[in-house]
Design a protein around this ligand. Sequence first.
Ligand code: GRF
Length: 193
Amino acid sequence: MKNIVILISGSGSNMAAIVRAAQRDHWRKTLGAQVAAVISNRPQAEGLALAREHLIATDVVDHTRFATREAFDAELATVIDRRQPTLVVLAGFMRILTPAFVTRYEGRLLNIHPSLLPAFTGLKTHQRAIDAGCQVAGATVHRVTADLDHGPILAQAAVPVLPGDTGETLAARVLTQEHLIYPQAIADLLRNL
Ligand code: GRF
């Protein structure tokens, strides 16, 4: 079985979309794949309860308990490796990862970023797109490399920026597309693994 491990920090709506797609499209049967665990760096992440509702194993590695980024990433890797992952999927995981961590999962580490990369790496992407006068915005699924938000692109979706949009309204429009392209990109990748 190809194990997918999903890392979250917050609401986990992308994680839930992946879990729903796995169930709806019978990934166990059709792809020989399953969501093996959901791991959060925040004990209070809303997504943890959502994962448990779907009977998915959860782990917490609380970054505030570690003195250094390296120590946190090392423990995170230990917890991830217990699930023998084929893919490690970042879904709203709000931590900068060390080069050692990225190298360890090279080729099987994915992220979704709420912009049309390579535009608007980093945070506050929606407001920055509005401020720049962009007429389209969107989301990107990409492989994770040591260069933050710069790995090879696997999938993108575009949405219009509408008059009167705020960061919040645009984020909500982009998020509906994230929920479509992330499960799709993962399924496409698993098919070829
Ligand atoms: C998404 O917009 C994702 O692209 C970004 O953080 C947000 C996470 O949302 N990296 P959720 O936790 O999946 O609901």
